[in-house]
Design a protein around this ligand. Sequence first.
Ligand code: TTP
Ligand code: MG
Length: 362
Amino acid sequence: MSRFILHCDLDCFFAAVEERDNPEYIGKPIIIGADPKDGKGRGVVSTCNYEARKFGLHSAMPISQAYKRCPHGTYLHPNFEKYHRASKEVMEIVNSYSDKFQQVSIDEAYLDVSDKCINFKEVRDLAEKLKDEVQKNIGITISVGCAPTKSIAKIASDYNKPNGITIVEENHIKDFLKNLDITRIPGIGKKSKLYYNKKGIKTIGDIIDLTLPKMIQLFGKNGEWVWNVANGFDTREVKNFHADRKSISKERTFYEDTNDLNLILSKLEEINKRIHKNVIKNKIYYKTVTLKIRLEGFITFTRSKSFIHHVQDENQVLKVIIELLNQFSTVNKKVRLVGIRLSKLEKAPSVAQTTLLSYLEA
Ligand code: TTP
Ligand code: MG
């Protein structure tokens, strides 16, 4: 029996929230990210609306380049608190359509509705209802893809953006994928594209035409995964938050590289707080804390420390983070990104070590 998996992804999310709250922006190019400072600014575009995309702007583009292409755009500093609130409200709606719900980023989630629908007509009705509910209640639009696998559902949600629904029935997978560029496959970026192109592979159809052994011979393990995706052989389930989860992590990129220790610490405190909202809600305990720091020039370091027992304790984690951060303080470079990862997870252990009882293993 075919599975009905939905992938829901908000359209130009941060920019959409700004348009909702400032209707005078609608129809104009809006860019969220670093301050362009008349073209001299550093940092990147976080996202931009579809009006701005007409000028070639996109996420992660240096803000100076964006400004060159679109000097008349409206440039806004991100308001993360507002976006997190909107995300939470949207995800509550999406989750109300099925318990088999997996949020994978601030603006995207998978939903398995195989138990709720008996055919694609019902899936479409459900997707339309979900979209309407998000638009009416939150005031922003979401695109939905539906397919028998997670990877094809993700490709489908992106296919008809913004505000689209794309349904790929089991016996239409090949027709849907065959003319799409290989970069539509999640994980094939600009660099891999060049590599694939060199071997004569441009479309997903070119991949489907190869045998699995040939793909493995040409591209190794990655080739095997890509071939499976292209042929609709992705058996991954929609997992609820904690099922089989190895770690929980969050990271943030600074809008401008910084060596301001207070700023770095307050960012880490914010990340720690957010992670703990999740772990508390999902009754998750952890043993290992990892601090990740990326310096300018993309050199990345990680340092970890483990508790003897599983704990769930925001203050203890912060202490560990400060301790680990001190190990970096002699580095004379600016910081680009910081992150925290909690691993060795356990769900509601028999003996929960909290606050004073938790102690460290060197
Ligand atoms: P995306 O879903 O990748 O992008 P989007 O929602 O802005 O646009 P689309 O309609 O194509 O889905 O990311 C969701 C949000 O995450 C985005 O609004 C801003 C943030 N983001 C960044 O801050 N930096 C990035 O490099 C990317 C890709 C996203
Ligand atoms: Mg999005």
